[in-house]
Write a new protein. Structure first.
Length: 56
């Protein structure tokens, strides 16, 4: 049987309106980041977090 190792990383998030934000850290089980209306991203402004879920 093949052994699988899981890597835990800390992801900082300043979007306090997101349900996954816990003390400025992302608690989402998975994140997805896409380009923000551009064919190529050259800086962080050209990306967006698709995992965002408003607090409710």
């Amino acid at each position: 049987m093949k052994e699988v190792s899981l890597v835990t990383q800390s992801i900082k998030c300043n979007v306090t309106e997101c349900q996954y934000n816990s003390n400025i850290m992302c608690d989402a089980p998975m994140i997805q980041v896409n380009r923000n209306h551009s064919s190529q991203s050259g800086n962080s402004d050209e990306t967006k977090c698709e995992t965002f879920k408003p607090k409710g």
